[in-house]
Design a protein around this ligand. Structure first.
Ligand code: TXA
Ligand code: MG
Length: 312
């Protein structure tokens, strides 16, 4: 398959949106990570996503939309959803909602579930593609299944060229970590830690979340314990690096790659996946990573690192 590369000019975005409309797969930047999108109402298009990623088909996809009206055509909207949307959308937050019987979303995109994960992205390129193609877009992160998510066009180009119809080479994803996933039923839960801190969501809803993301058995179906994995083995919380290791540091220390010399967790999140990609490109066999503070977006960074280091 020939993969077309687009830039972010208006004529190119229009051509790229034609790929979605005609049932193809298109990688595009969002503020969290690159997404691999297809028309969520077209089952053949959705099947192409699973094929390109080599993804287990039981794993449901996030449905991206540009308006609440669009979401209300297939998901049951609630006052809690409205409160959360007003505060955090467009942005790096995904809500799992009950599916409406009249939904036209392909059951394949939902892995047959009666719930649907929805997100309204803040990135201007993602918004343009959603508006121009005028359909909900199913989009997992644009990486081969189990591998590190892509935060730059070059990560996608090197790993998915020949497997998908198009890639938009836009500015890189600023947040660098996937969206936080919450669900409201049967009780309010955090299914995946991410860019938005759970305490900020708890505050505006006035309730506490159950942290299902910490329970390997009942978190989001896609939260396999080994995930985001570079090829080399990973040693976490390393205060001292060994000679045969490629070192990823945090703070003012000597290391091969530094997530943030200033100990800024936001900067560390934005660098994380790019560094994990670089380790593969370098052929790193042993990797050691400094301790990262378990606070704010550091909770999501540590979650990704534990999965990257998990036995495979
Ligand atoms: O930031 C993001 O969320 C990125 C960008 C592209 O939007 N997308 C992303 O998608 O991370 P993906 O497919 O890599 O992760 C989606 C996660 C999976 O863990 C999946 O199991 C979960 O969402 N999920 C999807 N639908 C669900 C549902 N109905 N109930 C529970 N979890 C669901
Ligand atoms: Mg992913």
């Amino acid at each position: 398959m020939q993969t077309k590369i687009f830039n972010t000019s208006d004529p190119d975005l229009l051509k790229a949106s034609q790929i979605i409309k005609s049932g193809g797969t298109l990688a595009f930047p969002t503020e969290t990570v690159y997404g691999l999108g297809a028309d969520a109402t077209n089952k053949l298009a959705v099947a192409k996503i699973f094929q390109a990623k080599g993804r287990p088909s039981f794993n449901p996809l996030i449905i991206h939309c540009f308006s609440i009206e669009q979401i209300q055509s297939f998901a049951l909207w609630s006052s809690e959803a409205q409160t959360v949307a007003e505060k955090f959308w467009p942005g790096p937050l995904t809500m799992v909602l009950p599916l409406l019987p009249e939904s036209k979303i392909s059951p394949l995109a939902l892995a047959g579930l009666q719930t649907v994960a929805v997100r309204m992205p803040a990135h201007s390129v993602a918004q343009s593609i959603l508006k121009l193609s005028n359909t909900p877009i199913a989009a997992p992160s644009a990486n081969p299944s189990g591998a590190v998510s892509a935060t730059k066009a070059e990560h996608v180009i090197s790993r998915l060229t020949g497997k998908i119809e198009g890639i938009i080479s836009g500015n890189s994803s600023k947040v660098g970590l996937e969206s936080t996933i919450i669900s409201f039923s049967p009780q309010p839960s955090i299914l995946r830690f991410g860019a938005i801190d759970e305490t900020d969501i708890s505050k505006i809803l006035g309730l506490d979340f159950k942290e299902k993301a910490k329970d390997p058995k009942i978190s989001a179906p896609g939260q396999l314990s080994s995930h985001y994995a570079p090829k080399g083995s990973i040693r976490l919380n390393s205060k001292v690096f060994r000679k045969n290791e490629v070192s990823i540091g945090f703070g003012k220390i000597v290391c091969d790659l530094n997530l943030s010399r200033e100990e800024n967790l936001i900067e560390a999140a934005a660098n994380l996946f790019d560094y994990l990609h670089r380790l593969d490109d370098m052929g790193a066999e042993k990797i050691a990573i400094s301790p990262i503070p378990e606070e704010g977006i550091g909770i999501a960074i540590n979650d990704r690192l534990r999965r990257a280091a998990a036995p495979r």
